[in-house]
Write a protein that binds this ligand. Structure first.
Ligand code: ATP
Length: 693
């Protein structure tokens, strides 16, 4: 692969110049060469753009760099990363060495430079840091976060325990990806959950522990996939990669098309994915992260049982009663889930209710039985995933007592969370994902746009104020107590009487009609009405308009599982399931929080965590929708530049002293090069430049 080494671009080597060229001539040639190179490869920090107010100039700079495989560019200390959709040889150990301990602006932009800078800031300032990686699906967030982890695993000083910790940190990735990622239309390896990971360092800078917080797994994918998409990778890995004996033990058939939960997307195989190789990686990683043989078997029994559950079918008798028509599946489920078969059969076709203190059993109709079965599959998968993350956390936990309180150590947090999502049909999951992005935008405004300008003001620096859209109004629309969409949704789920998705929509119209960021078919004017479905509401997000179809909102928010199904599972002999389904839950009268409220609360906590740390940003951009290298889709890119707030970010950076200081540091590089041409034998180091001033 032909790559441009940026450091070699702008400068001519002395020896390239004919001896008769005098010193002035040399300097002139060097400057000209730098300018020509800049014309070709663009500037490596957007703050150096002459026309920094022009979006066209910004995009042109991205284009030039992308063409030369220069995927990283700074906006001050923010790293903009373009997904190259091909392997570039820029992540080797030698590359890591180049960035280690080197000042941010002395060397070409790189994810390693940001990783190193964050690490050094943590060490010198003894302050917790966080790296916030954002961008839309497929923009390269997970790849970036893996590069950061790899950098720390390779370059940080090692404690005795570090070898194993580094291994565990790296090995937890393929496991999490197997269970939490799936092929979507936009990304063959899309994370279907949000992830925040803390890496804890001791006072010598050695990593000593880690912790992962996971957010809202897209459980609906377990039972349904859109056309061209797949279920979570682990199902296909198991069928393709497991040894014959295991397949037999789990009573499976290797063909994914045999399973109802795997056929919906009509996409069993993906050319870019080797399920067989990935299976090997996962199965080798599990013991490294501390899974016992029994736990691995129990885990795979759960995965297999979900496939069998999807093939458990129902029929309707003459009197309208529902029964199971695939009795052999119950026999298999009994074995794999370690539960009582007849209790499971009963719980899949009946519902237990308590009315006036008395227990009643009521039969389920066909649709109810299908949805009880699907709810069981989703609950089992979702809780198993949470258990898996907990298990990884136990293995990454800091072992030494002195560090357990966290006071003697410092932390670098890594946030890799779903980007803003607009699909053909947007449901509850997209609503939550886009709400999360509104919150992150708030944080970005708070920590970058607002705070930097306030700093300029306090320091009495003259600058041109940068205006930006404050999306608080949209956050309030979604999360405000009693009035926001989430409160209205909860109310509709809980209130007695007939409620449904449409009654929720009507409630929204009654309460929020007239809000400048909320529209429905009924409230819209003619032009918007024509493109809106009657079952949709539209939110005018900071990043653009999104129509949400209310179908399924109530069910997904309720996220409930019939009590008798819970009873069956809490008696499971499967070690993992009996931890996931607790007896107390069956008897607990208190209703657990609804899914959207749980998500809202977890986001509030996340915001607190992030606010308490010094942030660095990686803004990932996806160059095209076809996952193709070399293709630069300007419209798509312009949209991302807009919603990632990159132009506002650039204006703020350009405006004040922070920019000037960094600009000066940046200038030292060509200056040093020139000095080295003029005085080739000089041993001047970077600090000597102050003397030159
Ligand atoms: N730096 C990179 N070098 C080479 N390929 C990359 C790089 N970054 C991303 N890719 C390619 O793009 C794909 C998508 O990247 P990634 O999974 O990191 O996206 P994402 O932003 O995390 O998406 P999602 O939100 O869907 O999880 C990767 O599987 C890989 O093929």
């Amino acid at each position: 692969m032909q790559e441009v080494k940026e450091e070699e671009q702008p400068l001519w080597k002395c020896s390239d110049l004919p001896p008769e060229v005098d010193v002035d001539g040399r300097v002139r040639l060097v400057m000209e060469s730098a300018l020509t190179a800049r014309d070709r490869v663009g500037v490596q920090d957007f703050v150096l753009l002459e026309n920094y107010n022009s979006e066209a100039a910004f995009i042109e700079n991205l284009r030039r760099r992308f063409r030369e495989n220069l995927i990283y560019t700074y906006i001050g200390s923010v790293l903009v990363s373009m997904n190259p959709y091909k392997d570039l040889e820029i992540y080797s150990k030698q590359q890591m060495e180049r960035y280690r301990g080197v000042s941010f602006y002395e060397i070409s932009p790189h994810i390693y430079a940001l990783s190193d800078n964050t690490y050094r800031a943590m060490r010198t300032e003894r302050k917790d840091q966080c790296i916030l990686i954002s961008g839309e699906s497929g923009a390269g967030k997970t790849e970036a976060s893996k590069k950061v982890l790899l950098y720390y695993a390779v370059t940080c000083p090692a404690k005795d325990t570090m070898d194993t910790l580094g291994d565990k940190l790296l090995q937890s990735n393929p496991v999490l990806e197997a269970f939490g990622n799936a092929k979507t239309l936009r990304n063959d390896n899309s994370s279907r959950f949000g992830k925040y990971m803390d890496v804890q360092f001791d006072f010598k800078g050695a990593p000593i522990g880690g912790h992962i917080l996971n957010y809202l797994l897209e459980k609906s994918r377990v039972v349904h996939q859109n056309h061209g998409e797949r279920n979570f990778h682990i199902f296909y890995q198991l069928l393709e990669g497991a040894e014959d004996e295991l397949i037999k033990t789990l009573n499976l058939d290797r063909n994914p098309q045999s399973y109802n939960y795997l056929v919906k997307g009509n996409c069993p195989r993906v050319s870019s994915i080797s399920d067989k190789n990935n299976w090997k990686t996962v199965i080798n990683a599990l013991p490294v992260i501390g899974f016992s043989e029994d736990e691995v078997l129990n885990l795979l029994e759960i995965i297999a049982s979900i496939l069998h559950l999807g093939n458990t079918l129902f029929g309707e008798g003459e009197d309208g009663e529902t029964h199971i028509t695939t009795e052999e599946r119950i026999t298999t489920l009994k074995k794999l889930l370690g539960v009582d078969g007849s209790a499971l059969r009963e719980a899949l076709t009946h519902k237990k209710l308590t009315a006036k203190g008395e227990e009643m059993i009521s039969p389920l109709n066909f649709e109810q039985a299908v949805s009880a079965r699907d709810a069981l599959a989703k609950a089992v998968y979702g809780r198993t995933f949470t258990w898996l993350v907990e298990k990884i956390n136990q293995s990454l936990a800091v072992k030494e007592e002195i560090y357990q309180s966290g006071k003697a150590s410092t932390v670098i947090g890594l946030l890799d969370i779903y980007g803003f999502e607009v699909l053909q049909t947007n449901s509850f999951e997209q609503f939550c994902i886009n709400y999360c992005n509104e919150k992150l935008q708030q944080l970005f405004i708070e920590l970058t746009l607002r705070s930097e300008q306030e700093e300029y003001e306090t320091e009495g620096i003259a600058w041109e104020p940068v205006t930006y859209f404050d999306n608080k109004i949209i956050c309030d629309l979604i999360e405000e107590k009693h009035k926001g969409i989430i409160s209205i949704l909860d109310e509709e789920c809980l209130r007695p009487g007939e409620t449904c998705d449409i009654s929720f929509l009507e409630k929204l119209e009654d309460s929020l009609g007239g809000h400048p960021h909320f529209v429905t078919h009924k409230l819209a004017n003619g032009k918007t009405r024509r493109v809106m479905n009657r079952e949709e509401f539209r939110l005018l997000h900071y990043a653009g308009e999104v129509n949400y179809n209310v179908n399924g909102f109530l069910d997904k928010n309720n996220d409930s599982l019939n009590r008798n199904l819970k009873e069956v599972l809490c008696q499971s002999e499967n070690q993992i399931l009996c931890l996931c389904f607790r007896r107390e839950e069956v008897f607990d009268q208190k209703r657990p929080e609804m899914a959207a409220t749980q998500f809202k609360n977890s986001l509030m906590k996340l915001m607190e965590i992030l606010m308490s740390k010094e942030p660095s940003y990686v803004r990932c951009i996806k160059p095209n929708d076809c996952k193709q290298p070399g293709r630069f889709d300007e419209i798509l890119i312009r949209h991302q530049v807009k919603y990632l707030g990159l132009m506002e970010n650039l204006r703020v950076r350009r405006a004040g002293f922070a920019y000037r200081r960094r600009f000066e540091a940046f200038l030292q590089r060509p200056l040093r090069a020139i000095v080295q041409i003029l005085y080739p034998t000089s041993q001047l180091g970077i600090c000597d430049f102050s003397k030159l001033d």
